[in-house]
Design a protein around this ligand. Structure first.
Ligand SMILES: [Zn+2]
Length: 158
C-alpha cells in the first residue's frame, strides 16, 4: 500500500503540464521551457526569456504577488514583502506561469488566452508550473536571488 502510493506520487510529479492541462494550448511552451532550462539555474536569464525585466518586493494587501506591464512594455513582477523569500520563490514561479498565456513577440506582450487570469484552470496551471520550476531551480537558490533584490532588477541591454 505504501509503495503504490509512492509510485503514484512520483508519476504525478513527473507528469508534464501538457498532460495535466490538455485544454491549455500554452502548456506545451511551459513544458519546453522547463526542459530547456533543466541543469541551468540562471534565474535572471530565465526571467528575461519570459520578458520579466523587473522584480520588486513591495507591500501588497490582497495577494502574494502580481504581474503587470512596466513602462518599457516588458513584464514587471511584484512580490509581497510580507512573505519570506522561500515563499516568494513560489510566487515568482506562479507569475512566470502567467507569462505563458501571452504572446511574447508583441510589445507589450498580448494575451493569447481569452479568459486568462481569473480562470481557475489557469490559476491551477500556474501553481503546478511554480512547483516544477522551484523544484528544478531549488527553492534556496531562488530565495537567495530574491533576497538580493539588486540582482533581480535586470538591465535592459540585450
Ligand atoms: Zn495567478
Amino acid at each position: 500500500m505504501g509503495n503504490s502510493f509512492i509510485i503514484r506520487f512520483r508519476e504525478e510529479n513527473t507528469m508534464k503540464l501538457t498532460e495535466k492541462f490538455p485544454t491549455l494550448s500554452f502548456a506545451r511552451d511551459a513544458d519546453e521551457f522547463i526542459r530547456k532550462w533543466s541543469g541551468n539555474a540562471d534565474i535572471v536569464a530565465q526571467l528575461r526569456e519570459r520578458r520579466i525585466y523587473r522584480v520588486e518586493i513591495v507591500p501588497l494587501f490582497v495577494s502574494g504577488a502580481g504581474i503587470l506591464f512596466g513602462d518599457d512594455g516588458n513584464f514587471l513582477v511584484w512580490l509581497n514583502d510580507f512573505y519570506p523569500p522561500e515563499e516568494q520563490a513560489y510566487s515568482l514561479g506562479h507569475e512566470i506561469g502567467h507569462t505563458f498565456h501571452f504572446d511574447l513577440s508583441k510589445t507589450p506582450p498580448r494575451s493569447s488566452y481569452p479568459r486568462q487570469a481569473q480562470d481557475p484552470v489557469v490559476e491551477s496551471f500556474c501553481k503546478e508550473f511554480s512547483l516544477l520550476w522551484v523544484a528544478q531551480n531549488s527553492e534556496n537558490k531562488i530565495a537567495r536571488r530574491i533576497s538580493n533584490q539588486a540582482k533581480l532588477l535586470v538591465q535592459h541591454s540585450l
